[in-house]
Design a protein around this ligand. Structure first.
Ligand SMILES: O=C(O)c1cc(=O)[nH]c(=O)n1[C@@H]1O[C@H](COP(=O)(O)O)[C@@H](O)[C@H]1O
Length: 276
């Protein structure tokens, strides 16, 4: 999916919500455990319930890999299900990969050839040759970690060099030598508030993947105030607050209600910015 198609989907659905499929066998409703593949059964119900309100899904690989082969199968089935039934959804494999060049090339093959997923989160800290193997796939996206939502983002990302440039700023600046706003996005946590202003000075047109609303307490309103562009430029993720809104047999309806609520707030933001 290219940038223009993504923007068209955002306008049509009046939403820039990404539902995070962080599916934990210990958190899903008990009645699903008798299903042959409980993780996939849960994801399928969540996807069917939330698809009208979102434009992207982000399965986080940690939740699947923690279950070994069974988890990997559930992940593949989930990706296939979205592609077959909701082909307008942008799929993000949240795997935070990146390694020496020939190893990154194998990760790229896994996610972009074998699974044919739209995008992958990538860690930038091994530098250019660890990122460029992901960039040779037409129509695929690298989503590079820039300023993350967690407390530990202060440990490295906010440290300054002698010239006063912070590490996340260096990541944003340097990586533009490798890619552009048609094949790279950046992760910026919703908890980072006014930092979005600094980020937009360096990357005014790139899409940002913004996790951290909902369970982590980030403010959608603040993210939009400081981070939105004329083409929206935001994909805002919420995982736990949507998929575990209710742990009874009513879980899918509760996820639908929660996604619907966030979509309404997003529609208001898009209207206020005169995007829709
Ligand atoms: O790359 C990510 O998606 C990510 C980056 C970041 O800075 N913070 C962050 O929370 N995430 C991911 O976004 C999701 C957030 O989940 P909730 O806090 O449950 O909405 C998890 O899958 C995290 O791994």
């Amino acid at each position: 999916m290219n940038k223009q198609e993504l923007f068209e989907n955002i306008k049509r659905k009046q939403s820039f919500l990404c539902v995070g499929l962080d599916t934990d066998i210990k958190k899903i409703p008990g009645h699903l455990l008798k299903e042959e593949d409980p993780i996939f059964a849960f994801n399928k119900a969540i996807i069917d319930a939330t698809a009208p309100y979102c434009i992207a899904y982000k399965p986080n690989l940690a939740f699947y890999e923690s279950m070994g082969v069974k988890g990997w199968i559930a992940f593949e089935k989930t990706v296939e299900y979205i592609k077959k039934n909701y082909p307008d959804q942008f799929i993000i494999a949240d795997a935070k990969r990146g390694d020496i060049g020939n190893t990154s090339a194998m990760y790229a093959r896994t996610f972009f050839e074998e699974l044919d997923i739209d995008s992958l989160t990538v860690a930038p800290y091994m530098g250019e040759d660890s990122v460029t193997p992901f960039l040779s796939y037409e129509g695929k996206w690298v989503i590079l970690l820039a300023l993350t939502s967690n407390k530990g983002s202060h440990d490295f990302q906010l440290t300054e060099d002698k010239e006063g440039e912070r590490l996340f700023e260096k990541v944003l600046r340097k990586s533009q030598e490798w890619a552009n706003d048609q094949n790279m996005m950046y992760v910026v946590g919703a908890t980072q508030g006014r930092m979005f202003e600094d980020i937009r000075r360096i990357v005014p047109n790139h899409f940002l993947l913004v996790p951290g609303i909902g369970a982590q307490g980030g403010s959608l309103e603040e993210v939009c105030r400081y981070g939105m562009t004329p083409e929206c430029g935001l994909i805002v993720n919420s995982s736990r607050a949507i998929i575990y809104a209710d742990k009874s047999e009513n879980f899918a309806q509760a996820a639908k209600d929660e996604a619907g609520k966030v979509q309404k707030q997003m529609a208001e933001q898009l209207k206020a910015a005169r995007i829709v």
